[in-house]
Ligand binder design. Structure first.
Ligand SMILES: O=C(O)c1cccc(C(=O)CC[C@H]2O[C@@H](n3cnc4c(=O)[nH]cnc43)[C@H](O)[C@@H]2O)c1
Length: 213
């Protein structure tokens, strides 16, 4: 099985490569930050090499009381939280507008196998939805609104739905895996535990190599 793992930045790529080691069947590429870069870069890589599974990997914000710093979140659903229309009655997702879907389902077998392995390796694992946004949430109000709209969302990041959109163009199964670096809410980058999140991402990547090799 040949796997493509897409990260947003080099520090995430290094963590993933540090975990997987010399694994010939896993390529790790940097996409850049945000869903547009992620989709474009993933499509470019998929145009050059054949893969069987595509993953979006990196750090993420965790929703309060759903995913804490250092936890690993594995997507059951990758959701474009901002794709739709704002209206007086509230947000209308693109599904209801009739222009496609803002949800891409992850490969469930891989989600189950991977989360079982991470639990065995003593990592705290949450499964559920991972939201993709172009803007990092920066207030209690916006965090609460997202939690209400998405009761099964554990985390938010900025690339998953973009990576998944490119993979789906080729009918490839997808998955998103994130290590939580910060709580979603009022912006305070000084509180982001990036080192801890990258260490957990590296540890999780070792399990990815074991499960998917
Ligand atoms: O400054 C560093 O050393 C550093 C090392 C690794 C990664 C970063 C990033 O800033 C990565 C940005 C990346 O992280 C995701 N992310 C993390 N927390 C959130 C959040 O609360 N809301 C949305 N996205 C988040 C996101 O996918 C970014 O691409 C810095």
């Amino acid at each position: 099985m040949k796997i493509l793992m897409m990260t947003a930045v080099e520090a995430e790529q290094e963590a993933v490569i540090g975990g997987i080691g010399n694994t010939l069947n896993i390529d790790v590429a940097v996409a850049g930050v945000g869903p547009a870069k992620a989709a474009a870069r993933t499509a470019f890589v998929l145009g050059k090499t054949e893969y069987d599974l595509v993953m979006s990997a990196g750090i993420a914000g965790g929703f309060k009381k759903r995913a804490g710093i250092g936890d690993i979140v594995i997507s059951e659903r990758l959701i474009a939280a901002e794709l739709g229309a704002d209206a007086q009655k509230g947000f209308i997702p693109i599904d209801e507008l009739g222009f496609g879907s803002n949800v891409i389902h992850a490969d469930h077998q891989t989600v189950d196998r991977l989360s079982a392995r991470l639990v065995e390796a003593n990592q705290v694992v949450r499964t559920g939805s991972i939201l993709t946004l172009s803007t990092v949430t920066g207030s209690e109000e916006k965090a609460a609104a997202l939690m209400q709209r998405f009761p099964y969302a554990q985390a938010e990041a900025m690339e998953g739905f973009g990576v998944a959109t490119a993979a789906k163009e080729k009918n490839l199964p997808v998955l998103e895996i994130r290590a939580i670096s910060n709580e979603i809410g009022p912006r305070d980058k000084g509180k982001w535990e990036i080192k801890e999140a990258l260490a957990q991402l590296e540890k999780a990547s070792a399990s990815i190599a074991e499960v998917l090799e």
